[in-house]
Design a binder for this molecule. Structure first.
Ligand SMILES: C[S@@+](CC[C@H](N)C(=O)[O-])C[C@H]1O[C@@H](n2cnc3c(N)ncnc32)[C@H](O)[C@@H]1O
Length: 299
């Protein structure tokens, strides 16, 4: 295999931006032109164009402590969810796969995909392109991969880019077998735009897979979970990362994300085929719906 070295972050070139009205969110399209376009930033309503910068500030602020905070705030449970997410996709089972992990942050999912393919199927040709809008998060990912066997191999790359508008030069149509996005899509201004881009870059028959916080049906679990998230997580943010506001946003953004069936419909609206609208088909709830895996296949 030809050596392929990509030691630094790749930046999406600034020029070829695809700005079309087709990439606008449905809610945006419904607003009249005289009304300012808005988006939710946690429980706040902010001008649509401001959200991206505000989300970027959150992840700039948390990047260095992101992995530590994830472990502390979920008591390590996020690792189990991510393991289950990747195991359910069985990367490498049918031979090498070309994967893209969007909003991939510090590379948690990418590392699991590569490890799973290698450990389960002795596959060393599966590749993952990690894309994230935040260079600080990607830098943490590069640092982490330097300690792994994948560093300086064609199996991994890190690129700065926006999930809503991937560069067609770097991420062409019909290029990937598997598209993953974990705990990332709720931070994006337009979910339909992210899904449309996912559909574009996947080959026909390719899989879209999203791990995200979701809705808890059980009222007792829901109350306990609410109390935990709105008190403990911002407090941990203050103690461990010196940043209460960012963690308050992260908790609030979970509550603004559409419930399972609504998100499954959005995935279908983007052109994917999903299972039926029940737990175990279009989506699989983890821990009673605290987190949830949605999948769809490009038809
Ligand atoms: C909660 S972190 C999840 C990181 C990683 N996927 C994980 O599971 O650990 C959310 C990530 O989404 C990224 N993000 C937010 N908006 C984005 C966008 N529009 N395009 C690409 N990445 C985005 C953030 O920079 C951040 O790294």
């Amino acid at each position: 295999m030809q050596a392929f070295v990509r030691p630094h972050l790749c930046r999406t070139p600034a020029t070829p931006r695809r700005v079309t009205s087709g990439l606008r969110s449905l809610s945006t399209q419904r607003q009249s032109t005289s009304e300012p376009r808005t988006a939710s930033f946690g429980f706040q309503t902010v001008p649509e164009e401001a959200k991206e910068g505000m989300v970027r500030d959150v992840f700039d602020s948390v990047a260095a402590k992101y992995d530590l905070m994830n472990d502390a705030s979920s008591l390590g449970v996020h690792r189990l969810w991510k393991d289950e997410f990747v195991a359910s996709l069985r990367p490498g089972r049918r031979g090498p796969q070309k994967c893209i992990d969007v909003a991939g942050g510090t590379g948690d999912i990418a590392l699991r995909i590569l490890d799973f393919a290698r450990e389960k199927y002795a596959c060393r040709d599966t590749t993952v392109d990690v894309v994230d809008i935040n260079s600080q998060m990607l830098k943490e990912g590069v640092k982490r991969f330097k300690k792994t066997m994948y560093h300086n191999t064609p199996q991994i790359s890190f690129t700065e880019g926006n999930a809503q508008q991937l560069s067609p030069e770097q991420f062409p149509d019909n290029a990937y077998d598997l598209y993953t996005i974990a705990f990332g899509i709720r931070n994006c201004t337009s979910i339909p735009s992210v899904l449309r881009e996912a559909h574009r870059v996947l080959r026909p028959g390719g899989t879209f897979a999203c791990l995200e916080f979701s809705r808890v049906d059980n009222p007792i679990l829901s109350t306990l979970y609410d109390q935990y998230s709105f008190t403990v997580i911002p407090l941990l943010g203050t103690i461990l990362a010196g940043d209460r506001g960012s963690y308050q946003y992260l908790v609030e953004s979970i509550r603004k994300f559409p419930p399972q069936a609504d998100f499954a419909q959005m995935i279908r609206d983007a052109g994917f085929k999903t299972g039926k609208d029940v737990d175990g088909a279009a989506w699989v709830n983890l821990w009673g719906g605290i987190a949830c895996v949605h999948t769809g296949v490009k038809v």
